[in-house]
Every structure is written in C-alpha cells, then in structure tokens.
Design a protein around this ligand. Structure first.
Ligand SMILES: [Zn+2]
Length: 157
C-alpha cells in the first residue's frame, strides 16, 4: 500500500495530508512557519503603513498653512506700519471710502460714483508718485483702489 506521507502540524498536532501548506485547524503555514496570528498581524501592519504617510502629508499641509498664515500676518503688519507712518493720508482715504458707502446706502449712486472716481484718481496719482521700492505702500494703495472699483461697479448698477 502506497500511503501518502502525512505530517503532524507542529503547532496543534493536527494530522495534515501530504502537500498541505496551511493547517486546517490552526492556520499555521507549514512552509513559512507563520501562525495565523502572525499573518493577521502582518496584514494589519501592511494596512497601518498608510496612516503615517497621511500623517506626514497632514504635517506638510499644516506647515504650508502655517507659512501662509505667517506670511499673511507679516503682510498685514507691513500694511499696518505703513498706515501708522501715514496716518492722516490713510484716515482721509478711509473716511472718503466711508462717504462713498454712505452715499450708496442712501441710493445716491451718481454721487457715490463721482466721489469714488475722484478718490480713485487721487490714489492712482499717489501710486504713480511713490517709488517701486515701497512695495507695501503700493499694495496698500492697490488694495484701496480695488475696494473703490467694487463700489464703482455698485454705483453703476
Ligand atoms: Zn495546526
């Protein structure tokens, strides 16, 4: 009689037919010696290698956001300093912008448009007068001009 040589599972002593790779009883891999628990751990480990990558990506995004925030903060500070150095000038502009808003609120669109246009040309002259090196002041004036542009659009509606 040619019986197939059977082996006992080294883990649980289950009799395994020849050619068996995995024990039916405990899941032990006869070739690699890996138990079922080890295989599960390995599979989980492979799955959990993703989160650290995501974590690093999150950190990178956070760092980028932090940088943008800091840049915004410094930009704002530059603006504030420029305003502080030229208080009368910017207060005048701010007040005149408020006047435009009041006229718009009253429905006096034509007056608002005229006031806005006048303010805009003054700001543009100012922008021409200041040097290229004063980037913060240029941005501040450009910012005011874009605010006036929005009011001009409103007055034309
Ligand atoms: Zn077994």
């Amino acid at each position: 009689m040619a019986e197939k040589p059977a082996k006992d599972c080294p883990n649980c002593d289950e009799i395994l037919p020849a050619g068996t790779v995995k024990c039916k009883n405990c899941g032990l891999n006869i070739h690699t010696g890996e138990s079922y628990e080890m295989q599960v751990k390995k599979a989980k480990g492979a799955g959990s290698s993703q989160p650290p990558t995501t974590g690093r990506l999150g950190l990178t995004i956070l760092a980028a956001l932090g940088f943008v925030f800091l840049a915004g903060f410094l930009y704002q500070r530059g603006m504030i300093r420029t305003i502080q150095e030229n208080p009368d000038l910017y207060q005048t502009y701010a007040e005149r912008l408020e006047t435009v808003d009041e006229l718009l609120a009253l429905g006096r669109k034509r007056d608002a448009g005229e006031a806005a246009q006048e303010l805009k040309s003054e700001l543009e002259n100012q922008l021409d007068a200041i040097g290229e090196e004063d980037a913060t002041q240029r941005r501040l004036l450009a910012n005011l001009i874009s605010k006036i542009d929005r009011r001009l659009e409103e007055s034309e509606q």
